[in-house]
Design a protein around this ligand. Structure first.
Ligand SMILES: Cc1ncc(COP(=O)(O)O)c(C=O)c1O
Length: 395
């Protein structure tokens, strides 16, 4: 049996995989089992932001692996402490390290509930409701699915974890209407990754911050997909001049190794106390050593270069939009961007793959691009050429 047949027989069919069998990956390229080379404009869903098999990341992870892989959170692992301190200082607060994005958000939800308990409404009612947004995506655990504003995920999970309510993205009145004595927090992605690359407007984010201050609510930014340099700044919120009370990170934090983080600012950083939260593997030393190497490489110069390439890419996408009527809109910020189409984009993504370009289609009509931040203008030209060829064949 080949790998596809084995997977078909032994795995629960939760993923729809393409035919690509990955043999090797380096930088912005992936090679399949037959030696065919692909330009990767997806980075494993925004995971390998520094490119595949980044030398410094591998070296740091291997060095830690040679020392020890796991010691438990009942003791100190210096690589973990170094990472936690760096993240906490970067944001200005305190950190909890997890293994994944869903876990980071789950921790943020728990922290908001604990904070809501410690800060009741005037009538002493416990505050536990969280306002989320239509079209959002926050993970696959029960609480993060309940926080996800896409009904297609909810059907078989009902009854859902209480209590998430949903406002309209970029509509401040719709948020205000949902606030009551039980509201503890608002959670939002500044760029909705899975939801079709909708970007939060600057004024809306500022208004959201003001509304949370006025009503004494926590503001949580889920930067699991859009954080860690993808928008040209380390934190996506730095593009807005608005700081949340909690930010969650995962995906590219360790450039391919599983790691998540929630970082909380002054308002709620001390809400958790001993025993409130924990994880056996959370903040694994090997993943943390890799993440330390990631942070070292995310210099202002590196991010500014990535922003320049992103601008070049956006201009090329706008040229494509002018050329093909089937393209509705260019969406996104920096290197979390895409094309909204008037037609289903699944076939287009598949045709790009045939031609050696890895992209994704989300929400049926949105071609999603999440290239590693190391791509060059030459890579953009190569990718756009392939996308152009595929659109040309549709005519
Ligand atoms: C914005 C956002 N939040 C949370 C998650 C969940 O992360 P993970 O798959 O690591 O649990 C994702 C994953 O795609 C995401 O894009």
């Amino acid at each position: 049996m080949n790998v596809k047949q084995i997977e078909n027989k032994y795995f629960m069919p939760t993923y729809k995989r393409s035919d690509l069998i990955v043999k090797k990956a380096k930088g912005q390229f992936i090679w399949d089992d037959k030696g065919k080379k692909y330009l990767d404009f997806f980075s494993g869903i925004s995971v390998c932001n520094l490119g595949h098999s980044n030398g410094a990341v591998i070296k740091a992870a291997k060095k830690q692996l040679d020392l020890f892989a796991h010691a438990s959170n009942l003791y100190y692992a210096p690589a973990q402490i170094e990472l936690g301190a760096q993240l906490a200082k970067k944001f200005g607060g305190k950190v909890f390290l997890a293994n994944s994005g869903a876990e980071a958000n789950e921790g943020a939800i728990k922290l908001a509930r604990k904070w809501g308990l410690l800060n009741p409404a005037k009538d002493a009612a416990k505050r536990y409701e969280i306002i989320s947004f239509d079209n959002s995506f926050h993970g696959r655990t029960m609480a993060t699915m309940a926080a996800t504003g896409q009904k297609k995920f909810h059907d078989y999970l009902k009854p859902l974890q209480e209590k998430f309510v949903f406002a309209q993205f970029n509509n401040i009145n719709s948020v205000e209407k949902l606030i009551n004595d039980k509201t503890a927090a608002v959670i939002i992605e500044l760029v909705q990754g899975e939801g079709g690359l909708f970007t939060a407007e600057k004024q809306f984010v500022k208004d959201l911050r003001d509304l949370c201050v006025k009503n004494n609510l926590l503001l949580i930014f889920d930067e699991i997909q859009c954080g860690i340099g993808r928008t040209g700044k380390f934190f996506a919120y730095q593009n807005y001049g608005v700081k949340p009370d909690i930010v969650t990170l995962a995906k590219s934090l360790a450039n391919g190794l599983p790691l998540g983080a929630l970082i909380a600012g002054d308002k709620c950083k001390d809400a958790f106390t001993y025993g409130d939260h924990g994880s056996t593997f959370g903040g694994n030393p090997v993943a943390c050593a890799a993440a330390n190497a990631v942070l070292k490489q995310m210099s202002p110069a590196f991010l500014s270069k990535a922003s320049q390439t992103a601008k070049y890419f956006h201009n090329k996408l706008k040229e494509l939009q002018k050329k093909y009527k089937v393209i509705n809109e260019v969406r996104g910020i920096g290197l979390i961007c895409g094309l909204d189409l008037k037609i289903n984009g699944k076939d287009i993504a598949a045709k790009c793959l045939d031609k050696g370009l890895i992209i994704n289609c989300t929400h049926d009509t949105v071609l999603r691009f999440l290239p590693p931040l190391i791509i060059t203008e030459k890579d953009v030209d190569a990718a756009v050429k392939i996308i152009d060829e595929v659109f040309a064949q549709l005519k």
